[in-house]
Design a protein around this ligand. Sequence first.
Ligand code: AP5
Length: 216
Amino acid sequence: MNIIILGAPGSGKGTQAAMISRKHELAHISTGDLLREAVAEGTELGKQVESILRSGKLVSDEVVLQLIREATSKSTKGNRRGWILDGYPRTVAQAESLETVLEEIGQKVDSVIVLDVNPDVIVERLSNRRTCESCKAVYNLLNNPPRYEGKCDICGHALIQREDDKANTIRKRLDVYNDRTRPIIHFYDGRYRIHRIDGTQPIDEVSAAIARLVSE
Ligand code: AP5
């Protein structure tokens, strides 16, 4: 099963993708996580993209395409039963490239999920998001806090605030989403079945709605 999850920054893509990937044994491919990992490891790619991530702009289509090529072909190894793409595609050009890559490797998209959340909710969520520096588990100080302040429930490492979760950068990322990413929904309309889900529901309800759709 191959799934694309779309939605604005903070709409809950990462949270839901992690839950779906565990439940259905899918590879969770997050271009944001791959790019942040490169920055944390100080690789050539990391040095190239660090300031772009901090500004809330998009990394070039060529750079992320390379990451996606590697990740989607690796995802068929081991006992994964497919993948869920989180944060990719992000432009219509990326959506077109993805079609080509999937054709080359003989894979296809089964579902496109769109999480709808309004901008005010997004700003509140992202300002209160904390992420584990080690296992990348995601928390929220308001509605999904860790058991012990500042510590990950899963691995005990420190929780950090992402550089791009500052109010001004969040607004910038929302603009980028509206200008560059939202048109992908139109691109996929008619090509794949698009499932729109109210992402303002509690995490478990969003997850139950997705589970119903993917098992249809
Ligand atoms: P990326 O990491 O993909 O960030 P994003 O798309 O902006 O999405 P977020 O990770 O901020 O939010 P999310 O939707 O995953 O929400 P989450 O589940 O964490 O990209 C970062 C940057 O990398 C980009 O700006 C760009 O520079 C670059 N990049 C990445 N991919 C690229 C690409 N393809 N091309 C070019 N550049 C690229 O949830 C948010 C918070 O809300 C959490 O605290 C969570 O606990 C809480 N929450 C989640 N669901 C709910 C709910 N239902 N109710 C209440 N709270 C909830």
